[in-house]
Design a protein around this ligand. Structure first.
Ligand SMILES: NC(=O)c1ccc[n+]([C@@H]2O[C@H](COP(=O)([O-])OP(=O)(O)OC[C@H]3O[C@@H](n4cnc5c(N)ncnc54)[C@H](O)[C@@H]3O)[C@@H](O)[C@H]2O)c1
Length: 348
């Protein structure tokens, strides 16, 4: 793919101190784009200052809920890559109001500023497969019913619809990429509740055995971060689109047990924790053929290759990502709202 149109292009990356956003910001800078990152280092998310070390980007430390702090960057951006968000399903079940604030209220204010300052701008939003909930069929295509199983999925869907609706009105020109589980360099290994892949890599680097919940037969199609970044880059410069939402999945759908074996030597299966059954979705795999047809995007990195690259990265940057003496950090912000218990009920 020829990405020469990014040379000297002003672009804005929200959530760019986090995992996927920082990988995207690095790649955009490499392509010669004028990159501005906005991030507020939300506690409990995956922000890490080391993620942008030596990156040729301008960093604005601001929250999307206060867009006045990044108005100039919004106004001049030719493409907005909107990745700021909370990914934790578990946090969202414990603190639904916090997730509502991060994934919807902040988005609404930010998108309204985009409409006001830069009407019709291309916004590429990081959506999630979580909106589909427990799949009715595999692989999951764009026509699959929406039935999220947790607040995170509900709020990410609301934000998805803000992008769609505002595009219908001509306020934005949005593209939504519904990502499956993404992994690779710069993912957080120290914050609790960020998904199984971070836990698997953490365990592997600590020389510990990986515990897979249930029988380990559940399918997932992990997406290596360079493939995810490629989807964002293509979506950023794609022409006018009809359907704006794309399912973006990894190269292979494999049982969790097998994925774990690619990451670490020792793997065991343990009973599925009762308190997490309510947000278990069973097997998932993506039908990415629409993205292939329209964006020309296809994943190219196998789990074997991606796991090796990820482990290599962390082995040479361990001090920035993992303190073997510290357990997973569980701190959530003061404004998390009322804490509720996870619902102890499995989905039928
Ligand atoms: N990682 C995955 O597997 C995955 C899968 C599906 C979708 N996504 C989506 O991709 C996006 C990026 O995910 P990630 O894995 O890089 O997460 P991450 O937690 O590593 O990064 C998110 C970043 O957004 C920032 N942020 C959050 N809310 C903000 C706000 N209101 N204002 C400013 N900054 C804010 C955080 O500080 C953090 O740096 C998220 O929107 C997520 O929902 C990720």
């Amino acid at each position: 793919m020829d990405y020469s149109s990014y040379r000297n292009l002003p672009v804005l990356v929200t959530g760019g101190l986090g995992f996927i956003g920082s990988n995207l910001a690095f790649e955009l800078a490499q392509l010669g784009a004028k990159v501005t990152v906005v991030d507020s280092l939300v506690p409990g998310c995956g922000a890490n200052r080391a993620n942008l070390r030596n990156a040729e980007v301008t960093l604005i430390e601001a929250d999307l809920s206060e867009p006045s702090l990044c108005e100039a960057a919004i106004a001049e951006a030719k493409v907005v890559f909107n990745l700021a968000g909370e990914i934790s399903h578990i946090h969202s079940m414990e603190y639904p109001e916090r997730d509502l604030q991060i994934n919807t209220v902040s988005q609404l204010r930010f998108l309204d500023a985009c409409r006001r300052l830069n009407r019709g701008v291309r916004v590429v939003y990081a959506g999630t497969r979580q909106v589909f909930g427990k799949p009715n069929y595999l692989p999951v295509d764009e026509s699959h019913p929406i039935r999220p199983v947790d607040f995170n999925g509900v709020h990410k869907y609301a934000a998805t619809m803000y992008h769609m609706m505002m595009s219908d009105l001509g306020d934005l020109d949005a593209v939504v990429l519904r990502l499956t589980n993404v992994y690779g360099p710069r993912m957080s290994l120290s914050v609790a509740g960020q998904g199984f892949l971070g836990v698997f890599f953490r365990k592997a680097l600590l020389g510990e055995s990986i515990s897979v919940f249930g029988d380990g037969d559940q399918l997932r199609d992990p997406l290596f971060v360079s493939d995810a970044v490629d989807a964002f880059l293509r979506a950023g410069v794609a022409g006018k689109l009809g359907d704006r939402a794309f399912n973006i999945g990894g190269l292979e759908a494999l049982p969790l047990r097998e994925i774990a074996r690619h990451i670490a030597g020792q793997v065991e299966t343990i009973p599925f924790p009762e308190h997490l059954k309510c947000i278990d979705i069973g097997s998932y795999s993506t039908d990415s053929s629409y993205a292939a047809d329209v964006l020309g995007w296809r994943p190219s990195v196998s789990i074997a290759e991606g796991a090796a690259k990820t482990l290599d990265f962390y082995r040479s940057h361990l001090v920035d990502y993992l303190n073997p003496a510290e357990s997973l950090r569980r701190e959530l912000p003061e404004h998390a709202g009322v804490k509720r218990r996870l619902i102890f009920k499995a989905i039928p």
